[in-house]
Design a protein around this ligand. Structure first.
Ligand code: 5RP
Length: 223
C-alpha cells in the first residue's frame, strides 16, 4: 500500500470514534484531509466541527460541514488529528502543517485525542523530526540561541523566501537535533521561555488512541 492509501485507511477508520449528534474537533494535514473527506459521508449525523486551521475550515465548509468557533462550544468529545511523530506512550510531535497552536487548543478542549497516522510516524524517542515551535518574531534569535544551548539547531520556517506567517500572525522555528527523552518536562520547560507561543510537543495533551496505517491494515494503539 502507498503512504497515501494508508492515510485514506486511517482517515476512514477514525469515523468510528466520531460521536453522533456532537461537535467533532478536526486537525490539519494530508491525513486529516482524508478524514474530512470521509466525514462528509456522515455530515447529517454530527452537529458540526471545530477546526484547527484556515485550510481545514475551507475543506470542511466546501463539503457542507458547519464549522464553529471554539468559543461557541463546550467540551468536545473527540478530536481527530495527525502527527509528525508519535511514540509508544502517545506523546507526539506536531506542527509540520504550521497549525500547532490551534491544534493544542482544541486538544485541550477535547475529551479524547484520536491520532491518525501511517506507520512511518511511530518512533521510539521523539526528535528525529524537527520540533516546530511557534514564536513571537521579536524573540526569534534569542530562542535560536536558547535551543542551541540544548544541542538543537533552530531554523526559521520559510515560505516563498520569507518567514512563514502562521494563522495567528506569528513565525515558526523548526528545531533539529533534539532527542526528547522526557516529553512532559520538555514541553513544560520550553513553554516557559519568553516569546514561545506553543511548542509542538504534545505530551500534556497526548493521544488517547492512535490509528496506525500499516501494510497489514489499521493497527489500534491505546494509551
Ligand atoms: C499540522 C500537523 C499535522 O498533523 C502533521 O504535520 C501531520 O501531517 P500529515 O498528515 O500531512 O503527515 O501537526 O500542524
Amino acid at each position: 500500500m502507498t503512504q497515501d492509501e494508508l492515510k485514506g485507511l486511517v482517515g476512514q477508520a477514525a469515523l468510528q470514534y466520531v460521536v453522533p449528534g456532537h461537535i467533532v474537533g478536526v486537525g490539519t494535514g494530508s491525513t486529516v484531509n482524508r478524514f474530512i473527506d470521509a466525514l462528509a459521508g456522515m455530515k447529517d449525523r454530527i452537529a458540526g466541527a471545530v477546526s484547527s486551521s484556515l485550510a481545514s475550515t475551507a475543506r470542511l465548509e466546501a463539503l457542507g460541514i458547519r464549522v464553529f468557533d471554539a468559543n461557541e462550544v463546550g467540551e468536545i468529545p473527540v478530536y481527530v488529528d495527525g502527527a509528525d511523530e508519535i511514540d509508544g506512550r502517545g506523546f507526539m510531535i506536531k506542527g509540520g502543517g504550521a497549525a500547532l497552536t490551534r491544534e493544542k487548543i482544541i486538544a485541550a478542549q477535547s475529551a479524547r485525542f484520536v491520532c491518525i497516522a501511517d506507520e512511518s510516524k511511530l518512533v521510539g524517542v521523539l526528535g528525529r523530526y524537527p520540533v516546530p515551535v511557534e514564536v513571537i518574531p521579536m524573540a526569534t534569535q534569542r530562542l535560536v540561541r536558547q535551543f542551541a544551548a540544548l544541542g538543537g539547531t533552530a531554523q526559521v520556517r520559510q515560505r516563498d523566501g520569507q518567514p512563514l506567517v502562521t494563522d495567528n500572525g506569528q513565525h515558526l522555528l523548526d528545531v533539529a537535533g533534539l532527542a526528547i527523552a522526557d516529553p512532559l518536562r520538555f514541553e513544560s520547560d520550553v513553554n516557559q521561555w519568553p516569546g514561545v507561543v506553543t511548542v509542538g510537543v504534545f505530551a500534556w495533551h497526548k493521544a488517547a488512541v492512535c490509528l496506525l496505517g500499516t501494510a497489514g491494515g489499521v493497527r489500534t494503539l491505546a494509551f
